[in-house]
Design a protein around this ligand. Structure first.
Ligand code: HEM
Ligand SMILES: *[C@@H]1O[C@H](CO)[C@@H](O)[C@H](O)[C@H]1NC(C)=O
Length: 195
């Protein structure tokens, strides 16, 4: 007699159940035990910070904490800004709002090539953010015809960027001989041509 049949007979002898019924009941009890245990938190675990899964290089706001430290770049024109669109991995990704340039390299997932907001990378995008528009014709700094509500939306975006990113420069008109400060009226602006 093998060990197997001895064990089966012992089960039947002691429990009065067929081996199949015995193992079915055993399995169901194990499942109930696991389910009930899962409803409670052990006291040691209760005070521990939650385990953050997903890519460990992403902070709570989706910022890549591995991105290099932002470097101050000073004044630049819209044309120079355009080269910081994430296509060169050695350059930071920049976005301008109201002429203030932010290093959004930590948001490469958003603004890098193939990202959902890649169209804003290397651009002054105040108008697009205010209008919640992805249209290329709106990706510029022209705020002239915007409503009060649009400007409030833009302000909210500005606060978000100030909070999340580092300001690394300022937009200046092409040929900075011009005395007037940045007001969104910059040459090469497709909207200006329509006026
Ligand atoms: C279907 C509509 C949209 C969905 C589902 C969506 C989804 C999201 C999500 C999930 C985030 C991340 C939020 C966070 O970091 O906490 C985000 C961020 C953002 N969205 Fe949208 N979005 C939408 C429309 C828009 C529009 C219309 C614009 C502007 C034209 C826009 C611009 C942005 C920007 C600039 C960010 C910030 C990224 C950053 O943190 O740097 N989104 N969006
Ligand atoms: C980004 O800029 C580079 C250099 O200025 C340009 O060659 C490339 O086409 C641009 N990429 C996008 C997605 O605009």
């Amino acid at each position: 007699m093998g060990v197997y049949s001895t064990v089966m007979e012992a089960i039947t002898w002691y429990t009065g159940l067929s081996p199949t019924a015995f193992f079915t009941i055993l399995f169901m009890m194990a499942m109930v035990y696991r389910t009930v245990c899962g409803m409670f938190v052990s006291p040691e675990d209760y005070n521990k910070p939650p385990i953050v899964t997903a890519p460990s290089n992403l902070g709570l706001d989706g910022a890549n904490i591995d991105a290099p430290e932002p470097v101050q770049l000073g004044e630049m024109t819209e044309q120079e800004l355009r080269t910081y669109n994430g296509s060169d991995p050695n350059k930071p990704i920049l976005v301008s709002i109201r002429g203030q340039i932010y290093d959004v390299s930590a948001g490469r997932n958003f603004y890098g090539p193939g990202g959902p907001y890649a169209m804003f990378a290397g651009k002054e995008c105040s108008r697009a953010l205010a209008l919640l528009s992805f249209k290329p014709v709106d990706i510029n700094g022209n705020l002239e015809d915007l409503s009060e509500e649009d400007l409030v939306i833009l302000e909210d975006w500005e606060y978000k960027f100030i909070e999340k990113y580092v300001k690394v420069g300022q937009l200046v008109p092409e040929k900075s001989t011009q005395q007037n400060e940045f007001r969104g009226e910059i040459k090469d602006n497709p909207v200006d041509e329509c006026k």
